[in-house]
Ligand binder design. Structure first.
Ligand code: PEP
Ligand code: MN
Length: 313
C-alpha cells in the first residue's frame, strides 16, 4: 500500500480503487450541445446499474451560456467565500482553466458577528460579474433581501443562503425573477421543509431551482456543521430538483472538503460548490475551509474521474 500525503493520497488511491489510471473518453450525440463539466470531458454515456436508486434522476436545468445541470450534467462551482477586490480576476482565470464554468463569490455576506467583514456590497457584485464575463463564466452570489434584487442584474444565478432558506417573502420575490436560484438548506431545515421552500419559488413562476446540502447543526462540534450526505440521495427520491453539495460550509475544514466531495458524488450530487482562495490564510472570511487553486485542481481531477466512472457504471 503506497502512502501519499494529503491530496495526492486521495487522487492516486482513488483512481487505483476504481481501476482507472486515466479518464475514459467517449462521445455522445445526445450531449454534444452542452458545455457542462461532464460533457466537456466527453464521457456522457448514462446507464445506471443502481436498481433502487438513480443518482441521475433530477430534471435538467438550463443555467445560461449553454450550461446545464441535473440528469447527469455535472457543474463545478468554485470561488472565494467573499469577493475581496481585484484578486477575483486571477482566481477566476485559474478556475476556468481547471474546467469550472460557474464562479461564486459573496458580496453581501451574512456574518455571525456584525464586527466581521460584511462583503464589498455592490462593488463586490460588479467585480464578480466582470471577472465572470472576462472568463466566459456564469456567476453566482448570495442575495439576502428582496430589496436588493435589482442590484443583481448582472449576476447569473441568485443564491439563497442557509440563514434565509425559510425567508418566504424573499423566496416569493425570487420566484418572480427569471434567474436560476441556488437554494441552500437551512441549518435546521428538514428535507421536506427544504422542498417546500423550493416550491415557494416554483409556485411564483420560476421553475429553475437547484437545492444545496451544506450541512446541518447537530451536537457534533469537530466540524462546523454535520454534512448530511444522505439528504442528497433522499432529495433525489423525493423531488426532481437538481441537488448540489457544499462541502466547504458543511465541514468548515479544508482537509475534509475532498473526501466529502467524493461522498456527495456517490450519493448523486449534480454539482459541488467549493470555496477557493489564492491565499487562504489571508482570506477575509472562512479561511479555515478554503482550498488553494492547486488543491482545488487536484480535487476536480478526482471528481471528474469519479463522475465519469458513475456515468459509465
Ligand atoms: C456562502 O455560501 O457563502 C454561505 C454563507 O453559505 P451558507 O449560507 O451555506 O452558510
Ligand atoms: Mn463562506
Amino acid at each position: 500500500m503506497k502512502v501519499y500525503k494529503t491530496q495526492p493520497f486521495i487522487s492516486e488511491c482513488f483512481l487505483e480503487m476504481i481501476g482507472m489510471t486515466e479518464i475514459n473518453q467517449k462521445n455522445s450525440k445526445d450531449h454534444n450541445l452542452c458545455n457542462c463539466m461532464t460533457c466537456n470531458s466527453e464521457t456522457v454515456h448514462i446507464s445506471s446499474s443502481f436498481e433502487s436508486y438513480n443518482p441521475f434522476s433530477s430534471q435538467v436545468i438550463e443555467l445560461g451560456k449553454g450550461q446545464l445541470i441535473g440528469g447527469g450534467h455535472f457543474q463545478a462551482i468554485a470561488g472565494p467565500c467573499s469577493v475581496e477586490g481585484d484578486h477575483i480576476f486571477e482566481l477566476a482565470a485559474q478556475l476556468k482553466s481547471f474546467g469550472v464554468s460557474i464562479l461564486r463569490g459573496g458580496a453581501f455576506k451574512p456574518r455571525t458577528s456584525p464586527d466581521s467583514f460584511q462583503g464589498l456590497g455592490t462593488e463586490g457584485l460588479r467585480l464578480l460579474s466582470q471577472a465572470g464575463k472576462e472568463n466566459d463564466m456564469l456567476t453566482v452570489s448570495e442575495i439576502m433581501s428582496e430589496r436588493d434584487i435589482e442590484l443583481y442584474n448582472d449576476i447569473d444565478i441568485l443564491q439563497v443562503g442557509a440563514r434565509n432558506c425559510q425567508n418566504y417573502s424573499l423566496l416569493k420575490e425570487l420566484g418572480k425573477t427569471n434567474k436560476p436560484i441556488l437554494l441552500k438548506r437551512g441549518m435546521a431545515t428538514t428535507i421536506d421543509e427544504l422542498i417546500s421552500c423550493a416550491r415557494y419559488i416554483t409556485q411564483a413562476g420560476n421553475q429553475r431551482v437547484i437545492l444545496c446540502e451544506r450541512g446541518i447543526r447537530t451536537f457534533e462540534n469537530k466540524t462546523r456543521n454535520t454534512f448530511d450526505v444522505s439528504a442528497i440521495a433522499s432529495l433525489h427520491n423525493e423531488c426532481s430538483f437538481p441537488v448540489i453539495a457544499d462541502p466547504s460550509h458543511a465541514t468548515g475544514r479544508k482537509n475534509l472538503v475532498a473526501p466529502c466531495s467524493l461522498s456527495a458524488l456517490a450519493c448523486g450530487a449534480d454539482g459541488l460548490v467549493v470555496e477557493v482562495h489564492e491565499n487562504p490564510k489571508e482570506a477575509l472570511s472562512d479561511k479555515e475551509q478554503a482550498l488553494t487553486p492547486s488543491e482545488y485542481k487536484q480535487l476536480i481531477h478526482d471528481v471528474k474521474a469519479m463522475h465519469n466512472f458513475m456515468l459509465n457504471a
